[in-house]
Every structure is written in structure tokens, then in C-alpha cells.
Design a protein around this ligand. Structure first.
Ligand code: CP
Ligand code: NVA
Length: 313
């Protein structure tokens, strides 16, 4: 199997085989089974160009590069000439002359696409308004590991903001892997028609089911995992009051978890707001796998970096 993706702008551009290859490699890297992994990216530099704050994405990519023998360079957008009018295309052309790959965390997916079309090196989406592919890949890796590689026929109940960037990427990855997704969200914050069409097109092949409900309990019914994310994403601060009000009935609490299977796990990409999208009694319970998810960001991204920046051997 060969990894075919040059860039990772959305999770939907990966094939099922690409995803499984990533999972297998992440598992080997995590267990220390790949000899010489600590030199795999010797001499390679990864730039991280971020317009928004980050704990997990920044640190897991930086540590991943260090553990693979490479180097990383963190670039806050405000420190670059980008903040004084240099174009995103010119920034991409210049960075491509220095580094071997770029991870970007940007407000707009459109800006990421403009960067990628001018870049001469692999480009990885580290979160935009529309997508968060690294998160969804690490999340499904976490479940694949936990369920011994058997994902077919499983179901995730996602409760909260139906337009969420993490949910978009989860819909893409799950639908490729045969994992059903039931979204429970208010009508005002539903997944877009385009995202649902993309997920359903994948799901037709993988035999997964993609549903949208207006009740959190219905979405969680019979689920193997219940997932939520913040109600106010980065860049949506001006909608805060309205979002908190509209989404208040969509908290993952004990009642919502009670609708899922008895052994169902709770998932969150983090950062979490206890008392808003999740009750403290759920995220801090033994059903919660949020710390495993956070750890696996690093293992999955190491696999991604080896496949995208390595020499292919
Ligand atoms: N989950 C995630 O991407 O976290 P950060 O915003 O801390 O990177
Ligand atoms: N939906 C969240 C995810 C944070 C990792 C946001 O975009 O802020």
C-alpha cells in the first residue's frame, strides 16, 4: 500500500487505504516497532503557520518532528510580513524554498487552499473554520486501536454544533471507514447540505448510516461513542451569546450517555468547557477517552509526517 495524498487539506481527499495505512504506521510508531524512526526525518524542517491559538496541534506536531529527528519552526501569523500585506501565495512560495512541509491553522479554508496552490511542499491542515482532519484521523485511530481494528458497523453519536469543523472531518473519516454518525443538533446549527452529501456518498460504499436528529438523546441512542466539541469555535466569538442559548439543550450529560450503549465511550477533541457542551461528571468519568485522543494526535501525526515528508522508504 502507498500513501497517495500530497497535501492534507480535508479528510475527504484520503482513501480508505490511505487511512488504514496511517493507522498501522501510527500503531507501529507508538509501540516503538519501527527501527530508525528517530532518524526518519533527519534534515527535514516543518513550519507551523498559525493564526489561532493551539495547545495540542502545535505541541504534538513539534514533538513529533523532534522524535523523528527533524526540526520544526513555529510561525505566528502576526510575526510574518503576511500581517503587513504580503500575500498568502507569496508566503507559500518563499516558505517552500526553506522548509519541507507546512502545517497551517487558519481562520479560512479558502486561505489554506490559496497557500496550497502556490506551495511547492506538502501542506497539512491544522484546523480551519471548515475542517480539522488531523483531529478526526487521530480520533478514529483511537477507536480502531481500542476496538482491535474492527470499526465496521460502529456508530458515533455527535451532540452539539452540527456545523463544527471537527464534525465535518469526523463525517468524512467515519463514512469512509464504515462507521455511522448520528448528529444531534439544533436546526440553526445543522451540518451543511454539501458535507452531508459528501458523507452519504462515502457511506453508500462503506454501508455506514449518516443521520441528523434534533434531539441529543436520539443521536446518542445505541451509539458506541458519544462525541462533542465546543459551542463557540475560534472565530465565532461575536455569536457567543446566541450560540450558548441555542445549544444549551445539547449538553452531553449523564442522561445523554445513558442512551448510548452501556460500554460506550465519551470523546472530545479538547479544549473542553465543563458545564457547557459536557457535564464534568461525564468528561471526568471512566468512560472518557479524551486524554488518549490527545496523546494519539502525536502518534497519528508522526505517521502522517513520515508518509508525507519522508523519502518513501
Ligand atoms: N484539539 C485541538 O486541535 O486542540 P488545540 O486547539 O489545542 O490544538
Ligand atoms: N471547533 C473548535 C475546535 C478546537 C480544536 C474550534 O474551531 O475552535
Amino acid at each position: 500500500m502507498r500513501f497517495r495524498a500530497r497535501n492534507l487539506l480535508t479528510a475527504n481527499e484520503l482513501s480508505r487505504d490511505d487511512i488504514i495505512l496511517l493507522f498501522r504506521m501510527a500503531r507501529e510508531l507508538k509501540s516503538g516497532a519501527i527501527a530508525g524512526a528517530d532518524r526518519a526525518l533527519r534534515g527535514k524542517t516543518l513550519a507551523l503557520l498559525f493564526e489561532k491559538p493551539s495547545t495540542r496541534t502545535r505541541v504534538s506536531f513539534e514533538v513529533a518532528m523532534a522524535q523523528l529527528g527533524g526540526h520544526s519552526l513555529f510561525l505566528g501569523a502576526q510575526d510574518l510580513q503576511l500581517s503587513r500585506g504580503e500575500t498568502i501565495g507569496d508566503t507559500a512560495r518563499v516558505l517552500s524554498r526553506y522548509v519541507d512541509g507546512v502545517v497551517l491553522r487558519l481562520y479560512e479554508q479558502k486561505t489554506l487552499e490559496a497557500f496550497a496552490s502556490a506551495a511547492g511542499v506538502p501542506v497539512i491542515n491544522g484546523l480551519t473554520d471548515k475542517h480539522h482532519p488531523c483531529q478526526a484521523l487521530a480520533d478514529l485511530y483511537t477507536l480502531w486501536e481500542r476496538w482491535d481494528g474492527k470499526l465496521d458497523g460502529r456508530k458515533i453519536g455527535f451532540v452539539g454544533d452540527g456545523g463544527d469543523n471537527v464534525l465535518v472531518s469526523l463525517l468524512h473519516v467515519c463514512s469512509k471507514l464504515g462507521v455511522g454518525v448520528s448528529v444531534g443538533c439544533p436546526k440553526e446549527y445543522s451540518p451543511s447540505r454539501q458535507v452531508l452529501a459528501e458523507a452519504r456518498a462515502n457511506a453508500d460504499k462503506s454501508k455506514a448510516k449518516i443521520d441528523v436528529f434534533s434531539s441529543p438523546v436520539e443521536a446518542a441512542q445505541g451509539a458506541d461513542a458519544v462525541y462533542t466539541d465546543v459551542w463557540v469555535s475560534m472565530g465565532q466569538e461575536s455569536e457567543r451569546e446566541e450560540r450558548l442559548k441555542t445549544l444549551s439543550a445539547f449538553q452531553v450529560n449523564e442522561q445523554v450517555m445513558g442512551a448510548a450503549k452501556g460500554e460506550a465511550v465519551f470523546m472530545h477533541c479538547l479544549p473542553a468547557h465543563r458545564g457547557q457542551e459536557v457535564a464534568a461528571g461525564v468528561i471526568d468519568s471512566n468512560r472518557s477517552i479524551v486524554w488518549e485522543q490527545a496523546e494519539n494526535r502525536m502518534h497519528l501525526q508522526k505517521a502522517l509526517l513520515m508518509l508525507m515528508l519522508g523519502n518513501g522508504d
